[in-house]
Design a protein around this ligand. Structure first.
Ligand SMILES: Cc1cc2nc3c(=O)[nH]c(=O)nc-3n(C[C@H](O)[C@H](O)[C@H](O)COP(=O)(O)OP(=O)(O)OC[C@H]3O[C@@H](n4cnc5c(N)ncnc54)[C@H](O)[C@@H]3O)c2cc1C
Length: 443
C-alpha cells in the first residue's frame, strides 16, 4: 500500500487536510494516535463548539498577532467561514452567529459537528486508522518518504482526564470514552511522497496532543518558536480557596509587571488554584510571556465604563444614607464584599454621607484596580491552545509546504499560530488544513 498522501493527526486541521486531498482524487490515509477523530473539537466551546468566526476576513484576521495573521491570510481567504459553514449546514447542523461574531450550532453539540466531519471523510473515502501513532518521519535526500508507526494500546483512553475550563475535564472524560473505530494500521512503516503533519500542540495531553510534531520538526532542522501557555487559566501565589466558584461579571482584568502588560474585558471565575474564565484566558499568553522576566500581578477594574472622577462624583451626589455594602452589591457577589472592604479599610456599613475624603479615594481607587493576586504559573497543559510552534518563516503560506523538506506539509496548531477565544483557532486549523490538503493533492 502506498497512498498518495498521508495525513498525521485527525484533529481539526487533519480532518480538513485529508478531506480536501481526497476530494481532489488523492488516495489518502489518515493516521490518528487515539481511538477517535476530533477529540479537541468534542470538548470545544464548552461542548457546543464555537466553529468559526463570522464577518469580513480582515476582521477575522485582526485579533491574531501580525506575523500569524500575515501567514494565515491566504488560507483564510481560500477557505473562509462562508465555505466552512455550508459543509456543516448541508449535512444537518443548524448554526447561528452571536452578536460578537462567534458561530455555534443552534441545538446540536460538538459531538454532532464531529459526526458530520466523520461523514465528510467517509464521503470521499479517506482511510482512517486509529490507535496508530506516528513515531518518526522518514526523509530521504531532503524529500519526505514515509512514516514509522508505533502501536498504541489505547493508552490515551486510560489517562485521567485533566482540564479545568468550563467543565472541560468532564467533557474530555466523556470524549475519551468515544471509540470511532478499531481499525488500526498493521504495518510499521508507510511510505508516501506527500505527508501532512497536523499533530497539534501540547495542551490537554490526554486528548492525544503531546508535542510530537515539534519533536519531528526539530530533527528535520525546523526552528520551533518557544512554546507557551495561551488561553489558559492562571494560578496565583496565594489563591483564595474560599472564593472558588465565585464569578465577577463584565470586568476588566489587568496583568501588571510594573507597567500594564495585558488587559481583557469579560467574566472572571475564581478557582481553587487561582482564576479562570474568558478574560483570564484572554490575558494568559501575554502574562505567561511577561512572567518569564518579572513578577506579574493581577488587578480588576470592577466598573470599566466609569472613570474615577465620575465614581467620586457619584459618591458625593448619591443618597447619603446608602451604605457602601449596598452600592457594592450592584457589581460584587455578596461573598466578596467583606474581603473587598477589608482590603480598602472601609466599613461596609458606612453610609455614603459619612465617608471621609481619604476613605472615598481608597474605595474609588480599589474599584478601578483591585489587586486579586500575584501570578504563580500559567499552565501550558491547561490552555485551549499553545502559542509557539514550527516557525512560520519556514513554511510557505500559500501551500503549507515546508521550505526545508520537499513533500512535507504542516498545518494547524503544530505551527506558531494561536488566536484568541472566538472560533479563531478552529478556523485557522480548518483553513490551513484545507490548503495543505489541496496543495499536497495537486503537487
Ligand atoms: C477545552 C478546549 C476548548 C476549545 N474550544 C474552542 C472553540 O470553541 N473554538 C475554537 O476555535 N477553538 C477551540 N479550541 C482550540 C481548538 O480545539 C484547537 O485550536 C484545534 O483543535 C487545533 O487543531 P489541530 O488539528 O491543529 O490540532 P488537534 O485538534 O489538537 O489535533 C491533533 C491530532 O493529532 C493527533 N496526534 C498527535 N500526535 C500524533 C501522532 N504521533 N500520531 C498520530 N496522531 C497524532 C492527536 O491525537 C489529535 O487528534 C479549544 C481547545 C480546547 C482544549
Amino acid at each position: 500500500m502506498k497512498p498518495d498522501v498521508i495525513v498525521v493527526g485527525a484533529g481539526a486541521a487533519g480532518i480538513f487536510a485529508a478531506w480536501r486531498a481526497a476530494s481532489l482524487g488523492a488516495n489518502v490515509v489518515l493516521l490518528e494516535k487515539t481511538a477517535r477523530i476530533g477529540t479537541k473539537i468534542l470538548i470545544s466551546g464548552g461542548g457546543k463548539c464555537n466553529i468559526c468566526h463570522d464577518g469580513p476576513i480582515e476582521t477575522v484576521l485582526a485579533p491574531f498577532r501580525q506575523n500569524e495573521a500575515r501567514f494565515i491570510r491566504p488560507s483564510v481567504y481560500r477557505f473562509p467561514s462562508t465555505q466552512i459553514v455550508p459543509l456543516l449546514t448541508d449535512r444537518g447542523i443548524e448554526v447561528y452567529t452571536r452578536p460578537d461574531g462567534r458561530i455555534f450550532p443552534v441545538h446540536q453539540t460538538a459531538k454532532d459537528v464531529v459526526a458530520v466531519l466523520k461523514r465528510l471523510l467517509d464521503e470521499v473515502a479517506v482511510q482512517v486508522y486509529f490507535n496508530s501513532p506516528v513515531e518518526e518521519l522518514i526523509v530521504v535526500n531532503e524529500k519526505i518518504a514515509g512514516v514509522r508507526i508505533g502501536h498504541a494500546e489505547s493508552q490515551i483512553r486510560q489517562g485521567a482526564a485533566s482540564g479545568s475550563q468550563y467543565g472541560a475535564k468532564a467533557l474530555l472524560s466523556d470524549a475519551l470514552n468515544i471509540t470511532d473505530d478499531h481499525r488500526t494500521i498493521a504495518v510499521d512503516e508507510l511510505m508516501a511522497d506527500r505527508i501532512i503533519v497536523c499533530a497539534g500542540g501540547s495542551s490537554y495531553p490526554n486528548s492525544g496532543t503531546t508535542g510530537d510534531g515539534w519533536k519531528w520538526m526539530r530533527t528535520l532542522r525546523h526552528s520551533i518558536v518557544k512554546t507557551r501557555a495561551a488561553l489558559s487559566p492562571i494560578y496565583l501565589v496565594d489563591p483564595q480557596v474560599g472564593w472558588s466558584g465565585v464569578a465577577l461579571r463584565d470586568i476588566v482584568l489587568k496583568g501588571k509587571a510594573g507597567k500594564e502588560v495585558a488587559r481583557w474585558t469579560g467574566d472572571l471565575l475564581f478557582t481553587h488554584l487561582g482564576v479562570s474564565g474568558p478574560c483570564v484566558l484572554g490575558v494568559s499568553r501575554l502574562v505567561a510571556e511577561a512572567l518569564e522576566t518579572s513578577p506579574v500581578r493581577l488587578e480588576v477594574d470592577l466598573r470599566p465604563n466609569t472613570n474615577e472622577e465620575t465614581l467620586t462624583e457619584y459618591f458625593l451626589k448619591e443618597d447619603p444614607k446608602i451604605t457602601i455594602s449596598k452600592f457594592l452589591q450592584e457589581f460584587l457577589p455578596d461573598s466578596l464584599i467583606a474581603p473587598f472592604t477589608d482590603d480598602c479599610q472601609v466599613d461596609p456599613l458606612t453610609p455614603f454621607g459619612q465617608l471621609d475624603r481619604k476613605a472615598r479615594h481608597r474605595l474609588v481607587t480599589q474599584i478601578k484596580s483591585w489587586f486579586i493576586g500575584d501570578v504563580r504559573h500559567v499552565p501550558v497543559e491547561k490552555g485551549e491552545v499553545v502559542a509557539g510552534g514550527v516557525s512560520l518563516d519556514e513554511v510557505d503560506p500559500k501551500t503549507m509546504e515546508s521550505k526545508l523538506v520537499s513533500g512535507l506539509y504542516l498545518c494547524g496548531e503544530v505551527l506558531d499560530i494561536a488566536g484568541p477565544v472566538g472560533g479563531y483557532n478552529l478556523q485557522a486549523a480548518f483553513a490551513t488544513g484545507f490548503v495543505a490538503g489541496e496543495s499536497a493533492a495537486s503537487s
